[in-house]
Design a binder for this molecule. Structure first.
Ligand code: HAM
Length: 435
């Protein structure tokens, strides 16, 4: 025996496990999300978790926090290719759409659900592996799809019973408009060099717009006085922005225009938005997105407009839990206990037969006395125990014991009648609950 003390194996910091108890909330959330997406005509797409690093550099932008310091990148030791664990889904989705020519015939409404990876400082609501539901509409140019995507969010919060998620809206205009604003912004911040922090100084000539997003209290007065993009927008951009707002007003959806909303990824133009709550502490943005008309062309596709958003699953599940949401019931319908070799063989047949009839069954595995098996049946949350011993085998029957209803007695049931007996009792229970 080796007496080397082995380090305890632990998961990676910032990449939490989702354990049973919590995971049921995730399933509840995903179920609601899938039916909500279907109701708006969105279809699923699944992309790899790993993509070539240049994809993210080109899509998200070289001078962004994500690309500069948060990507999990590595060299594929077999062929030397530089790869990255996806920090977000839009780049991969657009890459797949171009590669498979998906929007040649008609625009596409697509969604994906899955892990993303960013090497951030972990804290509540901010993880190094987190999950997003991403929603992308490719090939649509009008403000109608932007507005529809925003209204979709409002409906989901409602479906999930979540309150207090507020909409912030902004427009980033078009690249030429931003370029003129940017030049003015640099000139303005150059006049206030003494107040800029290190981060801002570094960004002054690479990404001055991000300075507007700084949380540094000392810089707030000069940020407030900075030239505003809205004053550089042309007629078409303003019209697009107004049209989005009009639909939201018509739908009675309140929003706040936040000129400082610039987003942390470079691919956006025109509409950008974030859904924010104050119930999650510092990490209050639960959903964010906007229009990205340049990205498809920039990644080598035939230029086409697009718009999308993604939401943080961890943050939303946490809100659902805090709001007292009910997880999916953890229990099964039936727990089958059995003793003896013939009973074990019959137990398999009975369990599969019940499943054929749509009944959820946990078959006891691992032996043990009837008493210890019944304890497990009880803690499984099952509505019934099906008990099989030598007597039952000899009679071609099972004993059916209701576990949740005190009044009901254990009874013998012929195997062929078992599914009906269980289904009928479950239906009676549902009706009683509804009455
Ligand atoms: P994003 O703003 O980087 O946008 O992320 C979207 C959402 O993902 C955030 O609002 C937040 O809820 C969640 N999120 C981001 N980082 C973390 C983290 N470290 N831990 C937990 N949750 C996080 C995008 O990713 C864009 N691809 C959205 C988009 C789609 N735009 C157009 N289409």
């Amino acid at each position: 025996m080796s007496n080397t003390i082995q380090a305890k194996l632990q998961g990676i910091r910032g990449m939490p496990d989702v354990l049973p108890g919590e995971a049921e909330f995730w399933e509840l959330f995903e179920e609601a999300v899938r039916s909500w997406l279907k109701s708006y005509g969105y279809r699923p797409i699944r992309m790899p978790i790993v993509e070539p690093t240049p994809l993210f550099k080109r899509a998200i932008g070289e001078v962004t926090d994500i690309v500069e310091k948060e990507m999990y990148s590595f060299v594929d030791s077999l062929n030397g290719e530089l790869l990255t664990l996806r920090p977000e889904g839009t780049a991969g989705c657009v890459r797949a759409v171009i590669q498979h020519n998906l929007i040649a015939q008609q625009p596409q409404r697509l969604y994906y659900i899955g892990q993303m990876f960013r090497h951030e400082r972990p804290q509540k609501g901010r993880y190094r592996q987190f999950h997003q539901v991403g929603v992308e509409a490719l090939g649509f140019s009008g403000p109608d799809i932007d507005a529809e995507m925003i209204l979709m969010g409002a409906r989901l919060w409602d479906d999930l019973g979540l309150e207090g998620i507020k909409l912030q809206l902004n427009t980033l205009g078009q690249p030429e408009e931003r370029a003129r604003h940017r030049a003015e912004l640099i000139a303005y911040f150059e006049q206030h060099q003494d107040v800029l922090d290190e981060d801002a100084k570094r960004r002054l000539h690479t990404n001055p717009l991000r300075i507007l997003d700084s949380k540094n209290p000392a810089m707030q007065p000069i940020i407030l006085g900075a030239p505003k993009l809205i004053d550089f927008l042309g007629e078409a951009s303003l019209e697009h922005f107004n049209a989005v707002q009009q639909v939201l007003r018509d739908a009675g959806l309140p929003f706040e225009i936040n000129p400082r909303l610039v987003r942390g990824l470079d691919y956006y133009n025109l509409t950008v938005f974030e859904w924010v709550t104050d119930r999650l502490g510092a990490q209050g943005t639960v959903c964010a997105g906007g229009r990205y008309d340049g990205l498809i062309g920039q990644l080598g596709g035939k230029p086409a407009p697009a718009c999308g958003f993604a939401m943080g699953v961890e943050r939303l599940v946490s809100l659902i839990r805090d709001a007292g949401g009910e997880p999916l019931p953890a229990g099964t319908d039936v727990y089958v206990v059995h003793q003896g070799e013939a009973a074990a063989r019959m137990a398999f047949r009975v369990a599969e037969g019940l499943r054929d009839n749509g009944v959820d069954v946990v078959l006891h595995c691992g032996g043990g006395s009837f008493k210890s098996q019944m304890k497990k049946a009880d803690s499984s949350g099952a509505m019934f125990a099906v008990i099989i011993g030598d007597d039952e085998v000899a009679a071609g029957e099972v004993s059916l014991k209701p576990m949740r209803d005190e009044g009901d007695e254990q009874k013998r049931v012929k195997i062929d009648d078992l599914a009906d007996a269980i289904m009928n009792t479950m239906l009676d229970c549902d009706e009683e609950e509804e009455a």
